[in-house]
Design a protein around this ligand. Structure first.
Ligand code: G4P
Length: 345
C-alpha cells in the first residue's frame, strides 16, 4: 500500500489535522490573531505580574479551538458508525504522554462496547514507569493495552497476539457454529496526530491489501492482513478531542496534537513550566542549566531565566521570552527535556 497519508491528503486532509485545517472557526481564529500586533509591547513588570497570576486569559481563543471540530464531527461520526458495523474490534491509538487528554471519552458508546485494544503510542517519549502503570490500569476483560513506538516499530509486533487474545472467545464461538478459519476485522481510531497513519503505514508495509468491495463491505474500503485470520481497515476513524476542560486543550497543545498558534505561546510555555518545574527531569535542568533555586522561581521568571541561559536577548539585554517559549515547546515535543508523562492513572 502506498503511504497512507499521501493517499489521504488528496481527499480528506482537513478532517484529519487541526494543524492543516481550514474551517471557518479556525480561519476566524487566525484572522483574529493576525489583527493583533504580533507581540504586544509589555513592560517586564506587566509580564511578571501576568506570570504570577497564571489564570490564562484566553477563553475566547480557547473557544475557537473548541469550535474547530463541529463541522467535521457529524460527517466523521456517521462514517465511523458505518465502518464500525464491519469490524469485530477497535484499536484506539492514544498518546502515552497524555493518555487522558488524547482519548475520546465517547468512544465506548460510539463502538457500542466492542472489544478494544488501546495502543499507547509514542512511548519512546513517555516515562516508561508511567506507561507500565497505564497498561495495568487500562487492561480489563474487554480491553488490552499495549505500549508501542510506531516511529521505530517497537511493540507493534504485540498487536496481532493482543488481538488474538482479545477475540479468543469470539473466534471460538464462530468455530463452534461451524465457521472454518473465521476472519476477524479491526479498525483503527484516534484523535489527530496520535500516530494512526504511522501505525497503518508500518503494518501495511509488511501486509498488502488483500481485498476490496466484498459482500457486506462498504465500497471503497480496503483491508489488509495483520496476521492469519485478522484484517484491518486501512482508513482510520478520526475522533475529536474533548476540550471541555481547559487543561485538556493545553496538554494537547503542549504535545503538538493541536496547533498552538491560536493560543498565546508565552502563556502556554508558562503553563508547561508549571509542570516541568515540579517534574525536575535531569534533561530539563541540564539543558537550560537550571539550579534548584531557579526551580523555585515563578514560571514566567523561569522562562526569562531560560531565555538568558540560551542567550536569547532583545535590545537592551531583555530576555526574549517569546523565542524562549517557542524553543521550550519545540524541545518538549522532541522529548529533549526527558521522557515525560503528564497524566498518571
Ligand atoms: P495521525 O495519523 O494520527 O494524525 O498521526 P501521524 O501518523 O501523522 O503522526 C503524527 C506525528 O507523530 C508524526 O510526526 C509522526 O512521525 C509522529 N509519530 C507517530 N508515532 C510516533 C511514535 O511512536 N514516536 C514518535 N516519537 N513520534 C511518532 P510529524 O512530525 O508530524 O511528521 P514526521 O516526523 O513523520 O515527518
Amino acid at each position: 500500500m502506498a503511504n497512507y497519508k499521501n493517499t489521504n491528503k488528496r481527499g480528506r486532509s482537513d478532517s484529519r489535522k487541526p494543524s492543516g485545517g481550514r474551517s471557518g472557526a479556525r480561519m476566524n481564529a487566525k484572522t483574529k490573531k493576525a489583527e493583533k500586533p504580533s507581540k504586544p509591547l509589555q513592560s517586564k513588570a506587566q509580564k511578571t505580574q501576568r506570570a504570577k497570576k497564571p489564570d490564562i486569559p484566553q477563553s475566547s481563543e480557547h473557544n475557537q479551538i473548541i469550535q474547530w471540530y463541529p463541522g467535521h464531527m457529524t460527517k466523521t461520526k456517521r462514517r465511523m458508525e458505518k465502518d464500525l458495523k464491519l469490524v469485530d474490534a477497535v484499536a484506539e491509538i492514544i498518546d502515552a504522554r497524555i493518555p487522558v487528554s488524547s482519548r475520546n471519552p465517547d468512544l465506548a458508546s460510539l463502538t457500542s462496547g466492542k472489544p478494544r485494544i488501546v495502543l499507547l503510542n509514542k512511548c519512546d517519549m513517555a516515562d516508561s514507569r508511567a506507561t507500565a502503570k497505564w497498561v495495568e490500569h487500562l487492561n480489563t476483560e474487554n480491553v488490552r493495552a499495549i505500549p508501542v513506538d510506531c516511529k521505530s516499530g517497537r511493540g507493534v509486533d504485540k498487536f496481532a497476539p493482543a488481538l488474538s487474545a482479545l477475540l479468543h472467545d469470539r473466534i471460538e464461538s464462530y468455530k463452534a457454529k461451524g465457521m472454518v478459519n473465521p476472519t476477524m476485522r479491526v479498525m483503527i481510531v484516534g484523535i489527530p496526530n496520535v500516530g494512526k497513519s504511522t501505525f497503518i503505514n508500518r503494518i501495511s508495509k509488511k501486509n498488502k491489501a488483500v481485498s476490496a468491495d466484498r459482500p457486506g463491505v462498504t465500497r471503497g474500503n480496503q483491508w489488509f492482513t495483520v496476521a492469519k485470520g485478522f484484517e484491518m481497515l486501512d482508513t482510520p476513524g478520526v475522533l475529536w478531542p474533548k476540550f471541555e476542560d481547559q487543561t485538556v486543550g493545553e496538554r494537547l497543545a503542549f504535545t503538538g496534537a493541536v496547533k498552538s498558534d491560536v493560543m498565546d505561546t508565552e502563556l502556554l510555555a508558562v503553563r508547561l513550566l508549571d509542570l516541568l518545574r515540579e517534574l525536575k527531569t535531569p534533561e530539563f535542568k541540564d539543558r537550560y542549566k537550571l539550579t534548584e533555586d531557579d526551580l523555585t522561581l515563578q514560571s514566567y521568571e523561569l522562562l526569562e531565566r531560560i531565555a538568558r541561559s540560551r542567550g536569547m536577548l532583545i535590545s537592551g539585554g531583555e530576555p526574549d521570552t517569546e523565542r524562549a517559549a517557542y524553543t521550550l515547546l519545540d524541545e518538549f515535543r522532541a522529548a529533549k527535556l526527558g521522557r515525560i508523562t503528564l497524566e498518571l492513572p
